[in-house]
Design a protein. Sequence first.
Length: 317
Amino acid sequence: MVLPSSYQKLLLCLAGVPTASGARSRLSAPALPRSAGPATGSDHILPAMAGSSAERQPITCICRNLAEITELIHTAFLVHRGIVNLKEWTNADGPLKDMQFGNKMAVLSGDFLLANACTGLAQLNNTKVVELISSAIGDLVQGIYYEGSHSGEDSCIADVSLASWEDQTFLSHGALLAKSCQAAMELAKHNTDAQMLAYQYGKHLSLGHKLNSDLQPFVKSSIAEPVPFSLDLAPVVFHRHIVGQEKWLQQLQQARSMGRPINYSKLWLTIKTGNGVSQAMDLCSYHGNKALEAIKRFPPSEARSALENIASAVTKI
């Protein structure tokens, strides 16, 4: 998921993007800090947006409501991710009853947030937006189920293809943002071309941000104090793909000694010195460039410049 605290700014900027040269949306998009100069023009494929200023002005409030709904959904799934697998529970983790109670609270709290989000979604009175966000919730459920079924050290021996990893990463971290961006354009009465460009922008932005996050343990830490990392991170997946399953299992065995847990410092050094990190960086840059490519199909404006700056910032290693 990408910058949940900035959903409101991002979606309002998208709704405020003009759809033809010389035409500016009168929606009040918030001003964002700029880290680059004015955006340049590109091929503008989109026709002018219809409707008077008076008709379009309320869209600002509607898109703000959409952003709040998106944040509610994101928070609900963060709470659900906090559910503990009691099969892995040990006495050192605390009383079992407390863990069971915590799981119940996580389920109920997450469901309560989702119920409120669905109520707000219905109040938008737009069936296409309801369909988009509902499908994003379904994608999140599928992605999180995959995460849960492939978690733990046992998952490190499973052979995962790069295409499968990217598909599942999009479901669990990108679908909500991508479809929220598309929904914001639908609420602002932009046409199908504009909506699909917004979808592509959100998709590549979220994937770029996830790759950036996955890279942090390998670019922000040293061998003396390596940051703890998951074996599902992008650099690890790329490393496994490069060396092959047999070599990867040998490296895992070397990182273990006398049946003890994995020595992550040793495994960190093995991955750091390979090509997995550089390939993950390249893919992060690719998704950042694809997000910029999508948003540059719109005419220049302050809103577009802000969206370009967001794409540049979240993919900067």
